[in-house]
Design a binder for this molecule. Structure first.
Ligand code: NAD
Length: 469
């Protein structure tokens, strides 16, 4: 699209019910989103079912070429997409935020298009020859959250399309415009009906998860909704990939240099203003360096500008919605009342327009405190003291989710030994939350199951078939 206005116009409904989407930084209207119904979902699934066989018949090479063109189209409209994302989601254009997210969309499309997935010869001993292939599933449902709406949609649709499936997307009610705009750009390259977005509520999501014509659901969102989807998909034995909530621990070993790690710790925790599934949400620091780490982290955090995302100076933005703001405010207040020490922030200005919650660091807090035990999903990081590494590992593992974790040390071998003891789908060393389209990503415990990205991610969007003979 040539301009931001043209992009917005292209997704603005000309008929039917609509809903005004507010800008979380100002409360002003960003645009109008369609209010789709279960009936609209039926039409989208029917169109997907009709379009899928011809797409599957194109084969991997031709489909990959289309996806590479879609990545180019996303890049051509990158600035307009980033601006819409910034206005609707709140994340700044600058920093690891809106432009970064749109760039990731193009990158993930390209890697999904170019990752090789060859049939595997499992046995070939002269008597038996068995090959493992991955066939298209058919129609895939993609249900997503509001924190990284474009990028997570691409995580779901890119491997699904590459593997020969059609996709029906159900975006979050909070961020439908970003997903509609992204799909409109990608659809410039795709056959009609193959990819559609149904911008409805939970009823639409629930129907997608139980629909008999849908073979698989890719879901990213809360653990509670993931459990509902498991139940509603049971009658049709649907395949599921579930990327659910997290409460990632970071353990700073005694030998880590507080100054050297402070900026990495900050972005590990505060990327997207803390609204990130695999962000560092609980920081465990050894007694010997506790005060030094608190001081260095406070210095870095205090210097990071927060404000309207369209202002190039800002790298932190508002919370996307008031419900999330209220959760963060409640958890910080409870921590303060319990006697924890607020090092920075914790004093929101309720007179200010928008959902801005200040960057907050909380020290001397118990592991059982709700700010530690619950997923705060916002710009508030609790820092917990430990005396032995065994104690830190036990505290890190004392939750029922396990998406990511990190270990920080000057000795990578020592860090890897600790990493092996942490119950999480990914453990990063001296960084946190660094996802990569070539590297499998998925949760342990109640953070979900199934892998995304890389060749494992492609396999998850196919039906394994053995040809034996
Ligand atoms: P949410 O679970 O409230 O909503 C996610 C989506 O599910 C929305 O589109 C919603 O309309 C839909 N939905 C709601 N009820 C449904 C139902 N019964 N059946 C089908 N669909 C239904 O999550 P959210 O608040 O949008 O996102 C924040 C959560 O997502 C956090 O817990 C975060 O950790 C998690 N998350 C996880 C990952 C990951 O990769 N593991 C990534 C991003 C976010």
């Amino acid at each position: 699209m040539e301009t931001y206005d043209a992009l917005l116009t292209s997704i603005t409904p000309t008929s039917g019910a609509t809903r005004t989407i507010p800008d979380p930084a100002t409360g002003e209207a960003v645009g109008q989103a369609p209010v789709h119904t279960v009936q609209d979902l039926e039409h989208a699934i029917a169109a997907a079912t009709a379009a899928q066989p011809a797409w599957a018949a194109l084969g991997h090479e031709a489909r990959s070429a289309v996806l590479l063109r879609a990545a180019d189209a996303v890049e051509r409209s990158a600035e307009e997409l980033a601006r819409l994302l910034s206005r609707e989601q709140g994340k700044p254009l600058n920093g690891p935020n809106a432009r970064f997210e749109v760039g990731a969309c193009a990158a993930w499309l390209r890697v999904a298009a170019t990752t090789a997935l060859e049939p595997e010869t499992v046995v070939d001993d002269g008597e038996t020859r068995a090959e493992l292939h991955y066939r298209p599933i058919g129609v895939v449902g993609a249900i997503g959250p509001w924190n990284w709406p474009m990028m997570i949609t691409v995580w779901q649709i890119a491997p699904a399309l590459r593997m020969g499936n059609a996709v029906v997307v159900k975006p979050s009610e909070y961020t439908p415009l970003s997903v509609l705009a992204l799909a409109a750009i990608i659809n410039e390259e795709l056959p009609d009906g193959l990819l559609s977005v149904v911008s409805g509520g939970r009823d639409v999501g629930a129907r997608l998860a139980e629909h008999p014509a849908v073979g698989k659901v890719m879901f990213t969102g809360s653990t509670a909704t993931g459990k509902a989807i498991i139940k509603s998909s049971a009658d049709t034995v649907k395949r599921l990939t579930l990327e659910l909530g997290g409460n990632d621990a970071g353990i700073v070993l005694p030998d880590a240099d507080p100054k050297a790690i402070a900026e990495g710790l900050f972005w590990g925790a505060f990327i997207n203003t803390g609204q990130t599934c695999a962000a560092l949400k609980r920081l465990y620091v050894h007694d010997s360096t506790y005060e030094a780490v608190c001081a260095e982290l406070t210095a870095v955090a205090a210097a990071m500008p927060m404000g309207n995302g369209l202002d190039e100076a800002n790298v932190l933005g508002p919370l996307q919605n008031r419900q999330q703001y209220d959760i963060v405010a409640r958890l910080v207040e409870a921590a303060r009342e319990s006697g924890a020490r607020v090092l920075l922030g914790g004093n929101p200005n309720d007179e200010q327009p928008g959902n801005f919650y200040p960057t907050t660091l909380v020290a001397d807090i118990a592991n059982e405190n709700p700010l530690v035990a619950e997923e705060q999903f916002g710009p508030a990081l609790p820092i917990i003291r430990y005396s032995t590494v065994d104690e830190a590992v036990a505290m890190a593992n004392a939750v029922d989710v396990g998406l990511g974790a990190s270990v920080w040390s000057s000795d990578p071998d020592a860090a890897r030994e600790v990493a092996a003891r942490i119950q999480a789908g990914t453990v990063w060393i001296n960084k946190h939350g660094a996802v990569d389209p070539r590297i499998p990503f998925g949760g342990a415990k109640q953070s979900g199951y199934g892998l995304e990205f890389g060749v494992e991610g492609l396999k998850a969007l196919g039906v394994p078939q053995v040809i034996n003979g």
